[in-house]
Write a protein that binds this ligand. Structure first.
Ligand SMILES: [Zn+2]
Length: 215
């Protein structure tokens, strides 16, 4: 096969040309999937495309498209979790009536089940303060959340959600609650408030869940 050989997507038939290899995926049996079809696939980035047959890839896309369609037509947000000084770091949108949530940070439209969250935590990264640097974030209201050791400041805070086996095949979501560059004290404060909100929500959601299932 020469460098300029034309390739065709085995799923949609689109011609993918020279740059296709960088934008799409090679599947099993030498088949090829274009970048557009790749985007329609489930959001699991640990998926081994090279082991996928064309039929398996089609099945994955069908599940993922049905999931997204369900989100677009039936998902109605009843509760939002946001961080940021002006609520500019959306984290999660929740539809309590259906028991669903979306990753609002990713804005990807996939719908997950709240009951599939079996574990979650706020994952915090800290770094030492520079000499003379003051840091006045008050984390006392959040005893459940990770503390910031004295002489350190928080530079990253991610909400991590671990999911039970689900139709999308996603086992973990990581949602950033802080801007990537130099988060301010206010940002950290609001990230903790958002995480605390989510912890409290999940606690009451699980209590109600137990009652619903009669356990
Ligand atoms: Zn395609």
């Amino acid at each position: 096969m020469g460098l300029f050989d034309k390739k065709t997507c085995a799923l949609c038939g689109a011609s993918v040309g020279l740059l296709g290899g960088m934008l799409g995926e090679n599947l099993a049996d030498g088949a090829y999937m274009c970048g557009d079809c790749r985007k329609k696939c489930i959001p699991d980035n640990t998926l081994d495309f090279k082991a996928l047959t064309v039929d398996a890839a089609k099945a994955l896309i069908a599940v993922a498209e049905a999931n997204k369609k369900k989100g677009a037509s039936e998902f109605h947000t009843t509760r939002q979790f946001t961080a940021g000084m002006y609520a500019d770091m959306p984290a999660l949108d929740v539809d309590e009536n259906h028991g669903w949530f979306m990753n609002a940070a990713a804005k990807d439209g996939w719908v997950y089940e709240l009951d599939d969250i079996y574990s979650f935590c706020l994952d915090v990264t800290t770094t030492p303060l520079t000499e003379g640097e003051e840091y006045n974030v008050n984390l006392h209201p959040y005893p459940q959340l990770p503390a910031c050791p004295s002489g350190q400041k928080v530079i990253d805070a991610k909400l991590k959600l671990w999911l039970l086996d689900n139709e999308l095949g996603v086992d973990m979501l990581e949602i950033s609650l802080l801007p990537a560059f130099a988060p301010s004290e206010e940002h950290v404060q609001s990230a903790y408030a958002c995480a605390q909100d989510f912890y409290s929500f999940m606690k009451s959601w699980r209590m109600a869940q137990k009652q619903r299932s009669g356990r």
